[in-house]
Design a protein around this ligand. Structure first.
Ligand code: MCN
Length: 789
């Protein structure tokens, strides 16, 4: 009907306020009598706290209070939690060490929270923090993932004497062993998936407010899931009962996963607000973000792929050590386990898979979900292995993939997932065509004539998103269900408010969700507003991550719209004096079949509220419906990205010369928004591959990449014009057929880049980030034997 429905490139409604500076972020909110919090952070990676003297700080100008872990304990404030229980191979539960919001006996990483000063101004709080005297007994620190279990003698947590959180496995070890025994070829790789800092544009912030009149709290916070924050703060940390705690996540400037978690800062702001009797505001600066926002990735992996003489995959064996940092963050335990190993089948029919994952503590910032969360790590393992196997067996990498693709659906992998729909050959074929694969040798020769090295790399990724069927995740250890809710409120004048439990922090939900309503109810998009991010307004919700808002959040809206339409039909039938079965609803109007009787949607809405023309004993007045939607399966977006690089061996500079991405996101609601999501995701994946990486000093545990001087984000000039296209196999598990698009680029990209660089250099592996120095060194190594020949 309109140009605002599903499939249209509708401009983002929310951008007007964002690009004119009218967005309202947590730091834009200032409450009367507001005070400021400043956190004193640990300068040591690992130290016992012998004592904290706060007397001088408390006496400093403008200071209202100085609070420490002892005050938390005295007030019986609970510890932060990890909400996903993982069991080791031997059945023992993961070893979760205590995580107080302010350190109580030890500090465990540089940036750990030691004390908070609450003062009239931020500068006064900072000045007073200088006066806090902490008596530290430094302890040896361990930061290196691979060495976490071997060094120290001073474990990060007493409960895990060898720093091992869990030793988990998935798959059939015996079947894998047997398959390897009969393999004709085995490809082995040792891979490091580098640690990343999330870098949302808006740093984290929180304001705690306490109203003594109603004995209730309000928390304004940069959260991707305000209801989950409220649940954890009330049920586990015990700050306030759920019905007297309101959590508001207003406009949020990006999250990429890092704002899912419940951190010490917001916990302390809420608690301190009652203690000082005034609102307490904290806004993190960029240095604090580098130190204490949960990092992502950080895996060390040995991976082996067994193939037969025709290049058919027989089995995959993976052993990964995953660095979880100093504390188990909210969802950290599920990322390297259930969000990782079940994706190790990739797009391939692999008869046997066995994965072992050891989670380890180190004296580093906690590690948790970051865009892709587990799935980029799995894709990296599979796609690096497949590309390497193709080179070793002298089979074209596209051909090797094609031979092993899953071709019929549903397909049960040996690692939990049941792929329900896809067409992997179609995306490969289209990608080959777009990149002009046939003529790559000419382009390579052209580069060589200029003294440059050209390489091409594939990444045929798959992800499981639309997280997730509640019963499935419950059986795997999740502490919550992962359904979504929606409420559709039709006002008497016919405009519509949709309250959703999803949360947008850059994904454009105010537009795409409104497109759905506009299409279904036949009303203009500006008649629809999307409300999210306030626990007092929205019934409940599980928030946004795992590319779930389209597949799960919009499905809840569909369910509520179904109910709205059903009720509106009843009203229309009564008003137009017709049988309900004779009512048709199309293009925003209810008609009586075979007559010229017609009512616009707004007229029916008004009639529903006026309630003069139907028996209210049979039909309740009003037009407002809600729904909870629990998906029946994950969705499985998949696609093929091909990256072509040109390397200058004299400088090590890698230029991305070509990028083609052919993705399958099922039904696409807004192609322009989807393109933006893919572009952003690829940029982040390229950042991981080429420029980004957190480094800690191996001895002292100091973060060496604590600012943009040392942590290099990708810039526009590092990226090419992406060429995107789609294949479409609608997801059978949700009514719109949507698969998520929010993480795809970040999942696919690192393997494509590194496959291209290793192809160009003719080396087996190169570490990420493949900075100019790293590439230059590899190019020199490569040149040496050639020179000797
Ligand atoms: N969409 C669509 N058609 C589809 C699938 C999605 O039009 N077939 C639209 C959706 O309606 C939504 C957007 O694309 O407007 C992204 O949808 P989806 O893939 O469902 O992902 P979510 O909305 O659940 O967003 C989460 C995802 C994740 S997990 C990370 S991390 C991430 C990402 O989105 N963080 C982001 N994209 C981000 N984009 C911005 N700007 N900022 C972040 O922090």
């Amino acid at each position: 009907m309109t140009v605002t429905g599903i499939g249209q490139r509708v401009l983002r409604k929310e951008d007007r306020r964002f690009i004119t500076g009218k967005g309202k972020y947590t730091d834009d909110i200032n409450l009367p009598r507001q005070t400021y919090a400043y956190f004193l952070r640990s300068p040591h990676a690992h130290a016992r706290i012998r004592g904290i003297d706060t007397a001088a700080a408390k006496a400093a100008p403008g200071v209202l209070d100085v609070l420490t872990g002892a005050d938390l304990a005295a007030d019986k404030v609970g510890n932060l939690i990890c909400g996903w229980m993982i069991h080791s191979k031997d059945g023992t539960p993961m070893k979760a060490g205590p995580h107080p919001a302010l350190a109580q006996d030890k500090v465990r990483y540089v940036g750990d929270h030691v004390a908070v000063v609450v003062a009239e101004s931020l500068n006064q709080a900072k000045a007073a923090a200088e006066l806090i005297a902490v008596d530290y007994e430094p302890l040896p620190a361990v930061v290196d993932t691979a060495k976490a279990r071997t060094s120290s003698g001073q474990p990060v947590h007493e409960i895990a004497p060898d720093n091992t959180v869990f030793e988990w496995s998935l798959g059939d070890a015996q079947a894998v062993e047997q398959a390897f025994a009969r393999a004709r070829h085995v490809t082995k790789l040792d891979l490091v998936n580098n640690r990343l800092a999330p870098n949302a544009i808006e740093t984290r912030a929180a304001i705690g407010d306490y109203d003594s009149g109603s004995d209730s709290f309000t928390l304004y916070t940069t959260s991707q899931n305000p209801h989950v924050a409220r649940l954890v703060l009330s049920a586990f940390i015990g700050i306030a009962p759920e019905h007297r705690l309101r959590v508001i996540a207003p406009d949020v400037g990006g999250g990429f996963g890092s704002k899912i978690f419940i951190y010490p800062e917001e916990t302390v702001c809420v608690w301190a607000a009652k203690k000082v009797g005034r609102p307490v505001k904290w806004t993190g600066d960029r240095s604090e973000a580098f130190l204490a926002d949960a990092h992502g990735r950080d895996h060390v992996t040995r991976a082996e792929l067994a193939l037969d003489e025709n290049g058919r995959f027989l089995a995959l064996r993976v052993k990964t050590t995953a660095n979880l940092g100093a504390y188990l963050s909210t969802f950290s335990s599920c990322v390297p386990t259930y969000l990782y190993a079940p994706l190790l089948s990739g797009q391939y029919d692999i008869p046997a898979i066995y994965a072992e994952v050891d989670g380890v503590y180190t004296n580093t910032a906690p590690v948790d979900a970051y865009r892709g969360a587990g799935r980029p790590e799995a894709t990296y393992v599979v796609e690096r292995l497949v590309e390497t196997a193709a080179r070793e067996m002298n089979i074209d990498p596209a051909e090797l993939r094609r031979r092993n693709f899953v071709k019929s659906f549903p397909h049960q992998t040996p690692v939990i997932m049941m792929y329900d729909a896809g067409n992997y050959e179609a995306s490969l074929d289209r990608a080959l065509e777009l990149i002009d694969y046939r003529n790559f040798p000419q382009r390579r020769a052209m580069s060589e004539s200029k003294g440059r090295l050209r390489g091409i790399g594939f990444s045929a990724y798959i992800e499981a998103c639309g997280i997730a069927p509640s019963a499935a995740v419950g059986s795997l250890g999740a502490g919550v269900g992962l359904w979504e809710s929606a409420e559709v409120r039709v006002n008497p004048t016919g405009n519509v408010e949709v309250l959703t439990g999803s949360h947008a922090h850059g994904q454009g939900h105010e537009t795409t969700f409104a497109q759905l309503v506009s299409e279904r109810l036949g009303i203009p998009i500006d008649q629809v507003s999307i409300v999210h991010g306030d626990t007092d307004k929205v019934q409940f919700g599980m928030g946004t991550y795992g590319s779930r808002s389209g597949a799960v959040g919009m499905s809840a809206i569909v369910k509520a719209l179904d109910k709205v339409e059903a009720k509106a039909r009843k009203v229309a039938a009564h008003v137009m004096e017709a049988a309900e079965t004779d009512i048709a609803f199309e293009d925003g109007a209810f008609t009586v079949k075979g007559t010229d009787k017609k009512m616009a949607f707004a007229e029916v809405a008004l009639a529903a509220y006026v309630a003069h023309k139907f028996p209210t004993s049979e039909i309740e007045p009003g037009l407002k419906e809600s729904a909870f939607y629990d998906p029946t399966n994950f969705t499985f977006p998949a696609g093929c990205h091909i990256c072509e690089v040109e390397i200058d061996p004299t400088t090590g500079q890698t230029k991305i010369a070509n990028w083609v991405a052919v993705d399958d996101f099922g039904t696409i609601i807004n192609p322009m928004i989807v393109e933006g999501q893919v572009h952003g995701g690829i940029a982040q994946g390229v950042g991981q591959a080429l420029t980004e990486g957190c480094r800690y000093d191996a001895e002292t545990g100091q973060l060496l990449t604590g600012s943009y001087m040392d942590y290099c984000m990708p810039r526009a000039e590092d990226l090419p014009d992406f060429r995107l296209d789609y294949t479409t196999t609608p997801a059978p598990s949700n009514p719109l057929g949507i698969k998520g698009c929010g993480e795809a680029g970040a999942i696919a990209a690192p393997a494509a880049v590194i496959n291209a660089i290793t192809d160009a250099l003719g080396v087996v592996d190169i570490p990420m980030p493949a900075t100019p120095e790293v590439v230059w060194r590899a190019a020199q190594e490569r040149a040496r034997p050639m020179a000797a020949e």
